[in-house]
Design a protein around this ligand. Sequence first.
Ligand SMILES: Nc1ncnc2c1ncn2[C@@H]1O[C@H](COP(=O)(O)OP(=O)(O)OP(=O)(O)O)[C@@H](O)[C@H]1O
Length: 247
Amino acid sequence: MPLRYINCTFAYRAHHPVLTSLSVEFPPGCTVLLGPNGAGKSTLMLLGASVLAPNVGRVTWGGLDGCSRRERKSYRRRVGWLPQHVSPVPGLTVREQAAYAGWLKGLSKREAWDRSAAALERVRLTELAERRGHELSGGQLRRLGIAQTIVHQAELVLLDEPTAGLDPVQRGVFRDLVADLSDTVQFIVSTHQTEDLADIYDTVMVFDHGTPVFQGTTREFFALASASSSPDRRAEDAYRSLVRGEV
Ligand SMILES: Nc1ncnc2c1ncn2[C@@H]1O[C@H](COP(=O)(O)OP(=O)(O)OP(=O)(O)O)[C@@H](O)[C@H]1O
């Protein structure tokens, strides 16, 4: 199901809108959201997760309006969100933290506890379920974050820079995990990392100054690269053709 932003305007400070009358649609499947620092990617994710509400406009998914008071709770239950920084909850084990996230999303304690085991299994953290969150590595903590987003069986999951600061092995683990989960979950992933795009994503969106400057299939995105670029530089080359970052 597409995630739709309909005529959205949003400003953190009066008269300084980050998004102005934005209408855009994220199609089903896995989408990667690229763009320079300050482009508005996190803001877009926060609106999509219904953490923020647009000043004007609507955000809808699966027939639910994330901005409507009446529908917000159901919307949030079906949409998971992983912020840039996942923090361990002091005193809780990994399993308790996953269950707690489910309970916050409206599951009963029993349901949350039962489903936390399945969520941890999907992110390959079963063996660490009894550890405290602060004992996890950065990569394991991100996986716990993903477990928190799927414990309530979210069907759309928004991940904000999930691989920032991870080493190549952990990035590979993450890539495999998203590929693995994508049979049941629709992902939108904001990142600055352009490697491995073709392995995971169906759609690429490039965002700049609060506006999409490209949306298309991964193949169409790669076609923007110059014919002379080497295979491992194609994504970067395509990206640079759309966005002139500051040097
Ligand atoms: N809490 C906030 N209060 C005020 N302004 C903010 C806040 N968060 C973001 N902004 C501003 O909104 C604009 C978009 O920021 P946003 O974090 O959405 O961009 P981004 O594309 O995610 O950037 P990055 O890649 O650096 O994370 C920027 O100009 C930023 O300074």
